[in-house]
Structures are given as structure tokens and as C-alpha cells.
Design a protein around this ligand. Structure first.
Ligand code: NAD
Ligand code: LMR
Length: 336
């Protein structure tokens, strides 16, 4: 282990996702087996004891890549020198709520954290927002970090992407690893649009293979619109109903996938991430929306030139309209 340690700041480290995330990061699953790291765990006072307990367990795990772990309740100190910021700390929704209902409770967290990142983080900082509603929280954080290039901010839609792979694979009769070029468009919310139009499974186009497996193109369309899309939209709620609280291990796993691919590249087709829009596909510039993305040389790039039919355009527009409404709501709250 010769490289200098990378500093990773994890907010909400004393929470559920924090606990599922920390040990996988420390094991090297996120940045690879050659990258030593320092972990900065940021919590609010109520979460400090849990974060401190997790820090003790990290120490007890004797991870070879873990150079240091520290617990903070001060954002400026926690983000000092950070190369990665995982903004997880936020309230989670409970049954009957939509993620957007958390705006009032959570939006106030992300301005000060964006400002602390702006002031304290390393020049190559990469920010991944997990706390809900993730797209709009990322918008707030980015707005408070004017010196950080906007492309260094992202919000997690990889969980939706992985969920879509998990739904498709058994219907296609293929392993998830054979499915490429699926896209989650829009918001990490019930309006998200999981799009299989350009996806492939092995040598086959997914729409064709679905038609073959489900008894025709019409049956495939019905399955997509009546089962696949609604299931993805409501999967978070389905998990809450089953577990009694929102997804944890799958959310941590998706966060690992997102950051790993951001740094190491997407070598097997594209994936999905919410990024600051540059106007691609008609998404208004500046909104944080999910796109088909590749990572090249450590930077996300939106995959360009995909043809969208009317159905796809309508779905994307509906999700973007919700993002615009959320932006208006946080403007009204005075945090943007
Ligand atoms: P949790 O309640 O178990 O943990 C949240 C932690 O954040 C708590 O320990 C709390 O003390 C801490 N916290 C609150 N405000 C903070 C602040 N200002 N600074 C630092 N820490 C702070 O919740 P969880 O299950 O870990 O979920 C965390 C968030 O992730 C929720 O908003 C949840 O909805 C969201 N989530 C997002 C996705 C996604 O795909 N984007 C998936 C699952 C969960
Ligand atoms: C999820 O998708 O599981 C998370 O965003 C948690 C939630 O509120 O659904």
C-alpha cells in the first residue's frame, strides 16, 4: 500500500445506511484494493454515539486499507481535505409519505454542507447525495458550492437502476450481468422513468427479447407499463412496507457501485446517475436529473444521441416537471 490515503467524508454515519456502507468502503469495495483511506464520519449530536460505536468497530476490523477513522459533529472539520463526500445524513420517509415530503425536514441540511464542502474539501472533491429527496438536495448542495465544478455533484439513482436490472433479469431469463444500457431518467421518486428501449441482454435487444418471452410486442408493452415501471416507482415504498423502514443494504450497495464506477469507469455499457443537466435531452440546464451516463477518466458524461419516442419523452417531461416543482418548493423555503 503505497498511495496517499484518500479522504472520504460520510454524513449520517451513525444511521442505518451509514452502518451498511462503512465496512464495505473500508474493505476496499468502493475505491479498490490499492487505495488506502481516511474516513471522516459526520453526525449531529443525537447520532454521535452510534457513529463513535461504528468507528470502534471499524478499528476492530483491522482493515488493511483503513489509515484512520474520525468522528465529527462539525461539518467544516469533517469535509476538510475530503476527496469524496457521501451525503447520506437526512431523515428517511415512513409509510404513506413520498420522498418529496421530506423536503421541509431535510432541505436545510444541504446548504450548510455544500458551503462547508466549498470551503474545505480537496480540489478533486466528488459529491454523491443519497439523503432524500436526493436530486433536489444535491441541487441545494451544489448551489452553495460555487467554487466546485457542478459536474462534481451527483445524486444516487443507481439503486433504481439496480432494481430495474433485478426486475428484468428473471423475465428475460438472463443474469443481471448480461444486461446493458438500461436508463433511469429523471427524479429518484415515483415519477422516475426506467427505460429499456436501448437495453441489450447478451446479443439481443431487450424489447425484442421481452416480446419473445412474454408472447408478443403488445404483451411486452403491457408488462413494461403495468408492472415494470410501477414496480420500480413504488419499490422504495414496498421495502418500507416489508421492513418497516426504508432500504439500507441495497442503498449502501448502490452507493458503492456509483462511486466505484465514477472513479474506475463504466466498462460494460452505461449506467444511471443524477447529474447537473447541461440541457441534454431537453432537461432544463441546472436541474439535477438522472441520465444514461458513462464514466471516462474519472468524470461522468451523459450518453448522447439516444432516440426517444413520444412515450419516453412524456415520461421524462413528467419527472422533470416534478424536479422543477421541488426546486420551486426549496426556493420558497429560502434554502436555494
Ligand atoms: P437513518 O435515520 O438511519 O440515518 C440518518 C442519519 O443521519 C442519522 O444518524 C442522523 O443522526 C443523521 N443526520 C441527520 N441530519 C444530519 C446532518 N445534518 N449531518 C449529519 N448527519 C445527520 O436513515 P437511513 O436509513 O440511513 O437513510 C438516510 C437517508 O438516505 C434518508 O433520507 C433516506 O430516505 C435516504 N435514502 C436514499 C436512497 C437513494 O437511493 N437515494 C436510498 C435509501 C435511503
Ligand atoms: C429507496 O428508494 O429505497 C429510498 O429512496 C428510500 C425511500 O424512501 O424509498
Amino acid at each position: 500500500m503505497s498511495a496517499a490515503p484518500v479522504t472520504i467524508t460520510i454524513t449520517g454515519a451513525g444511521g442505518q445506511i451509514g452502518y451498511a456502507l462503512l465496512f464495505r468502503i473500508a474493505s476496499g469495495a468502493m475505491l479498490g484494493p490499492e487505495t488506502p483511506m481516511r474516513l471522516n464520519l459526520l453526525e449531529i449530536p443525537q447520532g454521535l454515539r452510534a457513529a463513535e460505536g461504528a468507528a470502534l468497530e471499524l478499528q476492530d476490523s483491522a482493515f488493511p486499507l483503513l489509515a484512520r477513522v474520525e468522528v465529527f459533529d462539525d461539518a467544516a472539520a469533517a469535509f476538510r481535505g475530503a476527496n469524496h463526500a457521501l451525503l447520506v445524513g437526512a431523515r428517511a420517509r415512513t409509510a404513506g409519505m413520498e420522498r418529496g415530503d421530506l423536503l421541509g425536514a431535510n432541505a436545510g441540511i444541504f446548504g450548510p454542507q455544500g458551503a462547508a464542502i466549498n470551503a474545505e474539501a480537496a480540489d478533486d472533491i466528488r459529491v454523491t447525495v443519497v439523503g432524500n429527496p436526493a436530486n433536489t438536495n444535491a441541487l441545494i448542495a451544489a448551489a452553495h458550492a460555487p467554487d466546485v465544478p457542478p459536474e462534481r455533484f451527483s445524486a444516487l439513482t443507481r439503486l433504481d437502476h439496480n432494481r430495474a436490472l433485478g426486475q428484468l433479469a428473471p423475465v428475460l431469463g438472463t443474469p443481471v450481468s448480461d444486461i446493458r444500457n438500461l436508463t433511469i431518467w429523471g427524479n429518484h421518486s415515483a415519477t422516475q422513468f426506467p427505460d429499456v428501449a436501448h437495453a441489450t441482454a447478451g446479443e439481443r435487444r431487450v424489447p425484442e427479447l421481452l416480446a419473445e418471452r412474454l408472447g408478443g410486442a403488445e404483451a411486452a408493452r403491457t408488462w413494461l407499463t403495468e408492472e415494470f415501471i410501477p414496480r420500480g416507482a413504488k419499490r422504495g415504498a414496498e421495502i418500507i412496507e416489508g421492513r418497516g423502514s426504508s432500504s439500507v443494504a441495497s442503498a449502501a450497495s448502490a452507493t458503492i457501485d456509483h462511486v466505484r464506477d465514477w472513479g474506475h469507469g463504466t466498462s460494460r455499457g452505461w449506467t444511471s446517475a443524477a447529474l447537473v443537466s447541461d440541457g441534454s435531452y431537453g432537461v432544463p440546464e441546472g436541474l439535477i436529473s438522472s441520465f444514461p451516463v458513462e464514466s471516462v477518466d474519472g468524470a461522468w458524461r451523459v450518453v448522447q444521441g439516444l432516440e426517444l419516442d413520444d412515450f419516453a419523452r412524456q415520461r421524462i417531461e413528467a419527472s422533470v416537471a416534478e424536479l422543477i416543482d421541488e426546486r420551486e418548493a426549496v426556493r420558497a423555503l429560502g434554502v436555494l
